[in-house]
Ligand binder design. Structure first.
Ligand code: ADP
Length: 473
């Protein structure tokens, strides 16, 4: 079984969000199960570490149609963790200074990328049985396949899976681009059109053999307008081919037994090191030493992450006797709010504004509880990382949070609440504090969290099952 995984970002080469984590770890897990997995992504010349670029071999050069023009494309390759990586090279499109996306010509950049992936198959020694494309940037891959390529020599019998990581970004552009840039004849407008625009994600949902998303609950939720960013109408009609598989985390990388960022290592059987991590974390964040529970937040500050609820009852949480450690950046109102809370409780609230991976691991290890009250959450990795470090999650029951954190009351590993309501969140926090005060029970819960399995092994098997099922038809 040969699987080509198409993504606009992948760890360790270029990352802006969760897609890069998945594209970096799922293919590796597929390879471990005996699948021949390859990944294709753009060669972001200014972002990818030059040491990797130096290792890449150029294996093909050709031109790619973009509307009425032909653009140069080079394909480079390297092998990492038994996975072959292909890089689509065109400096005009991918040598940019300010991040991966957000340019005036993003539509054209990812039209080029998707079309180049299709063209590349003529030149490389890898004929996929299944192509798994991800998010709007690669959404045109299955569209080109089904409208322009599937009857061409060498392209027969490929199945297409499309995976939605973030339904908020759909690749919506003006209809006038259809021939001029996308290069698809106007007679196919109905495949790409949605609510008066071109919508790349909608087109992929339309034509793919299977649509997956990153948790079973989210696959259900996106049928509802509250979550769907407008795509529920098409998703409801394609429900028969949609499903959700929970993402995993890289449990070798996130491992408190070996993590070199931690002041002390520990395991589920011997958690003494976790107490050292807590003590050092309080010190690092300039907080008073003491045995009070430490509740942590590590996040982007975006609307759907639910910090509105935290703001409403922050003082009540503090009145329960907590210390808080917050790492994040994003919407200004939350940055300012947490900064003010640090001023209000200088020795009990620590706030670091920014993105800091090393500090995040010390917080996952040093905190007692991890708060994630998301309004919506396709999968969520932070709660799984917290569990891995024995830090008990407090989450709202939505999307992947619901699928990964079962309440302690149901013999699970965390504290959950259902309504998007600050009083409900507060009562979950209160329940956590009550159990924390029963120290022996808390120790057992924390060890149980560490033993929960969120490795990719289980989900990789689900993907393989899906690929095999598709390919037998
Ligand atoms: P999303 O992809 O929506 O941001 P996830 O929970 O799926 O949310 O993944 C977030 C990842 O980013 C986690 O690995 C988390 O530790 C990390 N992260 C988020 N904010 C920060 C930050 N400020 N500093 C370091 N790591 C962060």
């Amino acid at each position: 079984m040969k699987v080509l995984y198409v993504a606009s970002e992948a760890q360790p080469f270029a990352a802006s969000g969760g897609l890069a984590d998945v594209a970096g770890s799922l293919p590796k897990a597929l390879a471990a199960e005996g699948v021949e997995a390859a990944v294709v992504m753009p060669l972001y010349t200014n972002t990818i570490n030059p040491a990797y670029i130096a290792q890449m071999a150029v294996i093909a050069e050709f031109t790619v149609p973009v509307g009425w023009r032909n653009q140069y494309c080079g394909v480079r390759t390297l092998i990492l963790n038994n996975v072959v990586y292909y890089f689509i090279d065109n400096e005009y499109y991918f040598k940019r200074d300010y991040g991966l996306y957000g340019y005036y010509d993003d539509a054209e950049r990812f039209v080029f990328f998707s079309r180049a992936v299709m063209e590349m198959l003529r030149y490389i020694d890898f004929k996929p049985d299944v192509i798994n494309s991800n998010d709007w940037q690669a959404a045109l891959v299955p569209v080109y396949y089904s409208l322009l390529y599937k009857d061409q020599v060498g392209y027969d019998n490929i199945r297409n899976v499309f995976t939605i990581h973030n339904i908020g970004y759909q690749g919506r552009f003006g209809l006038e681009l259809i021939e001029e840039i996308v290069g698809i004849p106007r007679k196919f407008t109905s495949v790409l059109e949605y609510d008066g625009d071109l919508n790349f994600m909608k087109a992929a949902i339309e034509v793919s053999d299977k649509v997956t998303t990153v948790s079973p609950t989210y696959a259900e939720e996106i049928l509802n307008p509250w979550f769907s960013h407008g795509l529920d109408r098409i998703l409801v009609t394609k429900r028969f081919k949609t499903c959700g598989f929970l993402n995993g985390i890289d449990t070798e990388f996130y491992n408190p037994e070996t993590d070199s960022e931690l002041p002390a290592n520990y395991s589920a059987d011997d958690k003494k090191g976790k107490a050292v991590c807590k003590e050092k974390l309080l010190d690092e964040m300039g907080l008073a030493a003491g045995k009070e529970p430490v509740i942590a937040i590590i996040s982007r500050f975006a609307e759907h992450k639910g910090f509105y609820l935290v703001r409403e009852v922050f003082h009540e949480i503090m009145a329960l006797g907590f210390k808080a450690v917050i790492l994040g950046s994003g919407e200004r109102e939350y940055e300012d709010f947490f900064q003010h809370m640090h001023y209000a409780y200088p020795d009990r609230v620590g706030f670091y504004k920014g993105y800091n991976t090393a500090l995040s691991r010390r917080i996952y290890a040093g905190a007692d509880m991890f708060l994630m009250p998301s309004k919506s959450e396709p999968c969520g990795l932070a709660q799984m990382i917290a569990l891995r470090y024995g830090t008990v999650p407090i989450v709202r029951k939505t999307g992947g949070l619901k699928d990964s954190v079962i309440d302690v009351g149901d013999n699970g590993v965390g504290f959950t609440f259902l309504n998007y309501d600050s009083a409900d969140m507060l009562s979950a926090v209160r329940r956590a504090k009550e159990l924390y005060d029963k120290r022996a029970q808390w120790g057992k819960l924390s060890a149980k969290c560490m033993r929960a399995d969120f490795s990719w092994a289980a989900s990789a098997k689900l993907y393989i099952g899906l690929y095999k099922e598709l390919h037998k038809d």
